[in-house]
Design a protein around this ligand. Structure first.
Ligand code: AMP
Length: 310
């Protein structure tokens, strides 16, 4: 179900760099797998078969900590599409893909989570060549507003993946000085602790973001994220809410079940370098921005990415 591709080209490329020092990429352009992109792309890349059941896909994404997976045909080894954590949240109640569950399975949870992941994927997903430059990746990601790209050779075989995180890491030392207040999103969308998981999902999918600060009695109490919801669906917790076997029952569960408490926060006057460091240390993709105990904004890795790619 889960496969790891590549690995070797990047190692080879690294070894060449170690042994010979920086090489002239142009003179090696004809050698496949040796483009500059392979210095930052992650390889081996974890991929899934398009027929992987949704439930297995969730568990793989949660265990591996990835939110973007290339789907590879096991026979031809070719890239068939990609699926993101947001696609799964869209399917599990957040967006129009939920119709598959309602129409095809009349809301039956067990049938829904056995649906092949390919029903949710973006087919013919964007990809880039192993011989490409880092600037090519940035251009494609900027133009198409995507957060990651599989890296494929001329046969369409997937060797690696490059995501906004890799680009941020590459440029992290060069992020110019600025305050968190300059980079954060101010028009915060929040949800009350009384909403259901379904309502939280719908807000995230409609607005196109992956986090939702949760408010109780006018106080910020934690974050619900695409990732925390996936974790819920991939864990045994979900089965505690399944007496009748319909997904609607699960989706009525309180958002508190997927709200992470005691999350790291940052002040608006802090330097963005400090925010980047905190996010790295705590291994989180966002920080709520808090001033005098009041939530005033949010800063996420997407904001850093946007800053870098201009
Ligand atoms: P994300 O996909 O969560 O990394 O965020 C995408 C963009 O939406 C970034 O510019 C974030 O600052 C912004 N954003 C994320 N969550 C929220 C939220 N709850 N309210 C307002 N903006 C948000």
């Amino acid at each position: 179900m889960v496969a790891r591709h590549g690995g070797e080209p990047r190692e080879t490329f690294r070894r060449v760099l170690r042994e010979k020092g920086p090489i002239d990429l142009k003179t090696h352009a004809s050698k496949k797998h040796e483009g500059e992109i392979m210095t930052i792309a992650k390889s081996p890349v974890v991929t899934m078969s398009p027929t992987t059941p949704v439930y297995d896909a969730i568990k793989i994404m949660v265990n591996e900590g990835f939110r973007r997976m290339p789907l590879v045909d096991p026979g031809t080894k070719k890239l068939r599409g990609t699926v993101t954590a947001s696609d799964i949240i869209n399917y599990l109640g957040g967006g129009e893909k939920f119709q598959i569950i309602q129409k095809k399975y009349a809301g039956n949870f067990f049938k829904a989570i056995n649906e092949p992941i390919k029903s949710l994927m973006t087919p013919r997903a964007l990809s880039m060549s192993t011989t490409a430059k880092i600037s090519d990746a940035i251009d494609i990601m900027r133009k198409h507003n995507v957060g990651g790209l599989p890296v494929v050779d001329e046969r369409g075989h997937v060797w690696a993946i490059v995501t906004e995180k890799d680009i941020i890491t590459l440029f992290s030392g060069k992020i110019r000085e600025a305050k968190v207040a300059n980079l954060m999103s101010r028009n915060l969308i929040t949800a009350s602790s009384e909403v259901s998981i379904r309502e939280a999902e719908k807000i995230m999918i409609k607005r196109g973001f992956r986090r939702l600060p949760i408010i109780s009695n006018s106080e910020f109490i934690g974050m619900a994220t695409v990732r925390s919801i996936l974790r819920f669906f991939g864990s045994g917790e979900v089965f505690k809410h399944l007496q009748s076997g319909t997904i609607n029952q699960v989706l009525q569960t309180s958002v508190l079940e997927v709200t992470m408490k005691n999350v790291a926060t940052i002040e608006p006057d802090a330097d963005i370098g400090k925010a980047a460091k905190t996010m790295q240390e705590k291994n989180v993709g966002s920080l709520p921005v808090v001033k005098d105990g009041k939530l005033v904004g949010i800063i996420t890795e997407r904001d850093f990415f946007k800053l870098i790619i201009g």
